[in-house]
Design a protein around this ligand. Structure first.
Ligand code: MG
Length: 231
């Protein structure tokens, strides 16, 4: 591997995972159904639409009242976006539960990610998270304790371009202040991370946590804590 100055890491299934395993979409739909709240069919874009002001309007360190006001705002957006017929007070009534389903506390960081990040930081690498994710991923990262371990968080919902488009990798390299060939991108998606990163000129490694199916990339790790030893 030629000289690397910066590390770019995917977020979901690379650094963090959904605690219950099913993902937020299923959890939300299950919740609405359990409460007999009729809703429009789910589509992935819903998350992007309801979180589109998360970066600007949400403050992780805000007062309890400010946070509650945001949860109600978010609940109201969810109900409107999914065309849920609601009664007076429904957004307030469901706000905390919906935040619990969609907010950062439904994720956890892989133990091997902490190990890898600490080792990479100790060796002086600059680190960016590059993710196809809704606006405000940096707040999720802060609440998961990742903020002190990374220098930049680049989310597609914030920058308007998603992996595998080279534009999001170019944005990450610009924020790192590095040429793409000096940046190593690691993620779990063959198309978005491995091929996308390579097409943008970054060095790439595929993280394949599950040994099956057969590897489809020439540079693979199975755990994130294998990474520091390769540099
Ligand atoms: Mg991923």
């Amino acid at each position: 591997m030629s000289e690397i100055e910066g590390i770019s890491l995917d977020f979901y299934e690379t650094l963090a995972f959904h605690r219950e395993g099913g993902g937020r979409a299923r959890a939300l739909v299950d919740y609405l159904d359990a409460h007999e709240l009729a809703h429009a069919p789910w589509e992935h874009q819903v998350l992007y639409d309801v979180f589109d002001q998360h970066d600007a309007r949400y403050a992780p360190g805000g007062s309890p009242a400010d946070r509650m006001a945001y949860y109600v705002f978010l609940a109201d957006r969810i109900f409107k976006r999914l065309q849920v017929p609601t009664a007076e007070g429904d957004a307030e009534r469901h706000a905390r539960n919906l935040w619990r389903i969609l907010g950062p506390q439904c994720f956890d960081v892989f133990p091997d990610a902490w190990t890898a990040l600490s080792a990479l930081r100790a060796r002086g690498y600059s680190i960016a998270i590059v993710s196809n994710w809704q606006a405000g991923l940096r707040h999720f990262c802060a609440e998961l304790g990742l903020a002190g371990h990374v220098d930049h968080v680049v989310a597609s919902g914030d920058v308007g371009v998603a992996k595998p488009d080279p534009g999001i990798f170019e944005e990450a390299c610009a924020r790192l202040g590095m040429r793409p060939e000096r940046v190593l991108h690691v993620g779990d998606s063959l198309v978005d991370d491995y091929r996308g990163g390579a097409a943008a000129g970054l060095q790439v490694i595929l993280l394949q946590r599950d040994p099956e199916p057969e590897p489809q990339a020439s540079r693979i790790i199975h755990r994130l804590d294998e990474l520091p030893g390769l540099l």
